[in-house]
Design a protein around this ligand. Sequence first.
Ligand code: CP
Length: 308
Amino acid sequence: MVSFKQRNIISIRHFNKEELLYILDLASRMDHMDHTDMLKGKVLASLFFEPSTRTRLSFESAMKRLGGMVIGFAEPGGTSTAKGESLSDSAKIIEGYCDIIVLRHYLEGSAQLAADVVKIPVINAGDGANQHPTQTFLDLYTIQKTKGTLEGITIGFLGDLKYGRTVHSLAYALAYFGAEMYFISPPSLRLPADFLETLKDRKVKCHENESLMGISKRLDVIYCTRIQKERFADPIEFEKVRGIYRLSKTMLEEFGIKDGLKVLHPLPRVDEMDDSLDATDFAVYFHQARNGIPIRKALLAAVLGAVE
Ligand code: CP
């Protein structure tokens, strides 16, 4: 039997296919369930050491919609981190003030580190370039809702596949569903070799390309990503790839698309996706962002034991 009660949500690798589908089903059932007392008396600590709009606000909104309370911060400058307090000490202190921690941090492995020192559940809201598991749940939910199935899709990941943590998590999850994957990036932003090897070991058909040309016609889903400027050690390396892709309606018309194509993007976008796409049938990224609410309601309710 699937149970998320008191579990940490650190990496999508910790969940099997049945568990992924359980959360998607629960999210669907909870989508229009608002203003309940399901999490009355529970406190979420929302700890964001890196900027966020969607993840932080949808977690906080989800908690409040289920009757819970939220404490926390949107940037660490006003906390004792600025005086040199370690993440581990901060987590041990904050554990005494809440029932669950949602953590975004620039260091890979930070969510696991926090989970290792506290007894309450920790949800990873993005740790460096590593993982963003709750984004993956909402990406899967969006694909399932808009394509009608998760099974056997062909997906093209476009952009920054090296630092894009949402790509790392989603590719791993889609391997459960027999996806064929195209990884389209400049050579310097290719998917890290260990991720690619893991996918190949799991019998995923993987292809690496530098352009969408000749490929877009095969794709059920394009997952476009921002080049993660903040993760480059050398600004000159960023300048070499800045603006390298600009997905637009004209480009897709010119290259050709498969019927029913859907374009996802975890957002925010900068210059990699033209707003000419917004009014097309394939643009689903604003729905995708909105799906953060049902997914995060489902995860909070399941982890805090409010649903079985
Ligand atoms: N998709 C995503 O993680 O967005 P934010 O950085 O705004 O949370």
